[in-house]
Design a protein around this ligand. Sequence first.
Ligand SMILES: O=c1ccn([C@H]2C[C@H](O)[C@@H](COP(=O)(O)OP(=O)(O)OP(=O)(O)O)O2)c(=O)[nH]1
Length: 153
Amino acid sequence: MTHTLRIQRLAHAQDLPLPRYESPGAAGMDLVAANAGDVVLRPLQRALVPTGLILQLEPGFEAQIRPRSGLALKHGITVLNTPGTVDADYRGEVQVILVNFGSESFTVTRGMRIAQMVVAPVTTVEIATVEAVDETSRAGSGFGSTGLTQGRT
Ligand SMILES: O=c1ccn([C@H]2C[C@H](O)[C@@H](COP(=O)(O)OP(=O)(O)OP(=O)(O)O)O2)c(=O)[nH]1
C-alpha cells in the first residue's frame, strides 16, 4: 500500500534531489548529503551529516536510516546507529551518523548518496507487568545454544 510522505526541504537543500525509489521494487530511498562543504572522515571517525529534510510521517510509521551496501563494501562507510529511527512525531532535520570503518580517509561531498531510508509500520504495545512470564520448551536457551550438542556453530 502506498502512503504519502510529506517532506519539507530546508533552505540548504533546495537544490538537492528528493529521496526516491531507484527501482520499482526498491525498499529504500537514497538520502543525499546536504553538508555545505566536504566532510572528511578519517579511519574510525564518525560525523553527523545533514540531509536538509524534515519528514512528516503518518502516525504508526517510522523511517529507518540504513547504510548503502556499496559504500560499506568499497569504503567501509556505514551508519553507526543502523537502523537509525526517525519517529513519526519528529520534526527536526533528518541527519545521518556515518562512520568510517575503512583504512583510508573518506570524503563526503554535498549531494553524495550516503544512506537509504526505509519507511516501515510500527507496532506499539501496552506494557502489562506479570509475576512470571509463560514457560516455553526453549526457556532461556540462546546465544548459540542450538548448535552446541551437534558441534555446529
Ligand atoms: O539516525 C538518526 C536517528 C535519529 N534521528 C532523529 C529522528 C528521531 O526521531 C530523533 C531521536 O532519535 P533517537 O530516539 O534515536 O535518539 P535518542 O538518542 O534516543 O534521543 P532522544 O532522547 O532525543 O529521543 O532523532 C535522525 O535524524 N537520524
